[in-house]
Design a protein around this ligand. Structure first.
Ligand SMILES: CCCCCCCCCCCCC/C=C/C(=O)SCCNC(=O)CCNC(=O)[C@H](O)C(C)(C)COP(=O)(O)OP(=O)(O)OC[C@H]1O[C@@H](n2cnc3c(N)ncnc32)[C@H](O)[C@@H]1OP(=O)(O)O
Length: 308
């Protein structure tokens, strides 16, 4: 794995003000995204999923998966991940966690205004953790969703000026995604193969990091070949939860939290296990071929749990 100079000045970094950014998308973008996270990949006429990619039964608009909201936040990051007070090797960046709150059903197309802020910074010694929060507004001014993404910057830790490791976050502790996986049998299990070309398809939704497409870059980052986008795996998991628990209704999803535990290679099989705890679905994704957990978290749902 490569290493390079890094350095973080917490005060300079946290005082940075991001400019507002817009993100425009069409139905084609929403459908391409759905295909990128495996919608209809097992069955091109899947009765729960065709609506994400096609105007099924004469529906006026396609429906949008709630995880599509994550693209709003990626689109608002500065080019080259260039921020004052932040020096790190971008080749060693991994997506660590992602948290989304959805306040309204996502429209099938739109122009979104993003307000971005730094939500957290933590010194983990071998790594720095940087959290970026994006609030996304419709043109009418209504708040549509909020994303908080966590970047795990390998090799960028050790910037604390005192013996106590630096740690700052501006949000409640109950929104962090380290969750306990129940010991009981899961309520539902979904198994699905990703395609060898999955990351090449997913990247067309706007995350062109070469870690997911370039074998040389992947090796420098410590992987044998390009890996799947973390948000790609999250998209598979949440789609499975919508299918198995929300009876195919994407608008039941209220919030989504996930921690990326281990990388996934495109072509591997994802097993999503789900447990119901009131209105919360605890989930864990394992890679079948390596029998390893790669992602875990929770999805909070709207509506009556008795009908689930
Ligand atoms: C604008 C400039 C800023 C840039 C940042 C912008 C945000 C960008 C977000 C990134 C999105 C775009 C790029 C996308 C990239 C990808 O999709 S990469 C693929 C998806 N991700 C992965 O595959 C990562 C899988 N996970 C791992 O490989 C490992 O979990 C790890 C992240 C390498 C950590 O493992 P390890 O080094 O063994 O850590 P530990 O020793 O267990 O823990 C050390 C401390 O770190 C905490 N921690 C561990 N894992 C995570 C995690 N996933 N997220 C957040 N924090 C994590 C852990 O709790 C430890 O802390 P303490 O308990 O306090 O000691």
């Amino acid at each position: 794995m490569a290493s390079a100079t890094s350095g973080i000045d917490p005060h300079l970094l946290l005082s940075h003000k991001f400019p507002e950014a817009t993100y425009t998308y069409s139905e084609r973008d929403a459908a391409l995204y759905a295909l990128g996270v495996g919608a209809c990949s097992r069955d091109a006429v899947d009765e729960d999923e065709l609506k994400y990619v096609y105007h099924e039964n004469g529906q006026k608009f396609i429906q949008v998966l709630p995880t599509f909201a994550a693209l709003f936040s990626l689109g608002s990051l500065p080019t080259g991940l260039d921020l004052p007070g932040l020096q790190f090797d971008p080749r060693l960046l991994l997506h660590g966690q992602h948290y989304i709150e959805i306040y309204k059903p996502l429209p099938s197309s739109g122009r979104i205004l993003n307000k971005v802020a730094l939500a957290g910074l933590h010194d983990k010694g071998k790594a720095a953790i940087l959290e970026i929060e994006t609030k996304s507004y419709e043109e009418s001014g209504g708040l549509l969703c909020m994303n908080r993404m966590t970047a795990f910057l390998r090799g960028a830790g050790g910037f604390s000026r005192s013996s106590r490791p630096y740690s700052y976050s501006n949000y409640p502790a109950n929104q962090v995604s380290v969750i306990k996986i129940p010991k009981s049998q899961p309520f539902a299990v979904n198994e699905e193969c990703t395609q060898p070309s999955q990351a090449l398809l997913y990247r067309l939704s706007g995350d062109y990091n070469p870690l997911h497409s370039d074998p040389v870059v992947a090796k420098v980052a410590g992987f044998t070949r390009p890996i799947l986008h973390g948000l790609g795996t999250l998209g598979f998991a949440v789609r499975a939860i919508i299918k198995c628990i929300c009876k195919g209704d994407p608008n039941m999803v209220k919030s989504i939290s996930g921690r990326f535990i281990l990388h996934v290679y495109p072509g591997e099989t994802l097993i999503t296990e789900m447990w119901l705890e009131g209105k919360r679905v605890i989930y864990q994704v394992k890679v079948k071929e390596r029998n390893r957990s790669v992602l875990s978290g929770f999805v909070d749902v709207r509506g009556s749990t008795s009908s689930l």
